[in-house]
Design a protein around this ligand. Structure first.
Ligand code: HEC
Ligand code: HEC
Length: 166
């Protein structure tokens, strides 16, 4: 009995704590606009995904490359994987697609399998096609090449800028 009463009290306290946080009246989010969190925002109309077949530079070594072609309507389920229809090692020559890399055949323990590992089966967990839209949030990301160039410029003598003292 004592236990149930304590439990009830804890639950009450929990509810109290949750409702103590007011939902902001002036909510604004780049993706949702001013639609409050508890309501569904009207989704934007789907555009045409980029389909120019130009492979993009990766921002860092282990970035999953983005998909430069459309993928709508491609079946990927337990019966069939449309992506592997072109990207499997044996099909790459016919379709001139990039074969999936060796990491896609490895289990999480590092063992090599003959087939694509189940953890790499659902390609679009990691690879995405692109929509030709402006980014919702700007960012100032620089890749390592740009950073190295910048630091070389800053440290080379005679570039007109004061030298950094370490
Ligand atoms: C009809 C064949 C075909 C199918 C199906 C296909 N691809 Fe491709 N994919 C290509 C070809 C060819 C390229 C090389 C660039 C180009 O021509 O678009 C490519 C490029 C890519 C790249 C870029 C690789 C890189 O290194 O830049 C990724 C990632 C990719 N595809 C993922 C997928 C995924 C995920 C699917 C399934 C949803 C898929 N592809 C289905 C043919 C295909
Ligand atoms: C868990 C995340 C993940 C999944 C799932 C995944 N990939 Fe990848 N993929 C990567 C990463 C990370 C890279 C880049 C580094 C590497 O090669 O492992 C990559 C690289 C690639 C490349 C470029 C290979 C090269 O040599 O340049 C292709 C093509 C590709 N993936 C296709 C696919 C296809 C097709 C599937 C589904 C069968 C798939 N990937 C599933 C993460 C993933």
């Amino acid at each position: 009995m004592q236990f149930i009463r304590t439990l009830g009290l804890l639950l009450l306290l929990g509810v109290g704590a949750a409702s103590a946080q007011p939902v902001s009246q002036h909510f604004y989010d780049k993706a949702r606009g001013p639609t409050p969190i508890l309501e569904s925002a009207k989704p934007p109309v789907l555009g045409n995904a980029i389909n120019d077949d130009v492979r993009r530079t990766r921002n860092y070594a282990m970035q999953p490359p983005i998909i430069p072609h459309r993928v709508d309507g491609y079946q990927v389920d337990k019966n069939f994987n449309k992506c592997l229809d072109c990207h499997a090692r044996s099909k790459a020559e016919i379709y001139q697609a990039v074969p999936v890399s060796i990491t896609h055949y490895m289990t999480r323990d590092g063992d090599m399998l003959a087939q694509v590992s189940t953890r790499r089966y659902f390609c679009m967990q990691c690879h995405v096609s692109q929509e030709p839209v402006r980014p919702l949030v700007n960012n100032t990301f620089m890749d390592v090449d740009a950073l190295m160039l910048q630091s070389a410029r800053n440290s080379s003598p005679g570039n007109g800028k004061p030298q950094k003292k370490n």
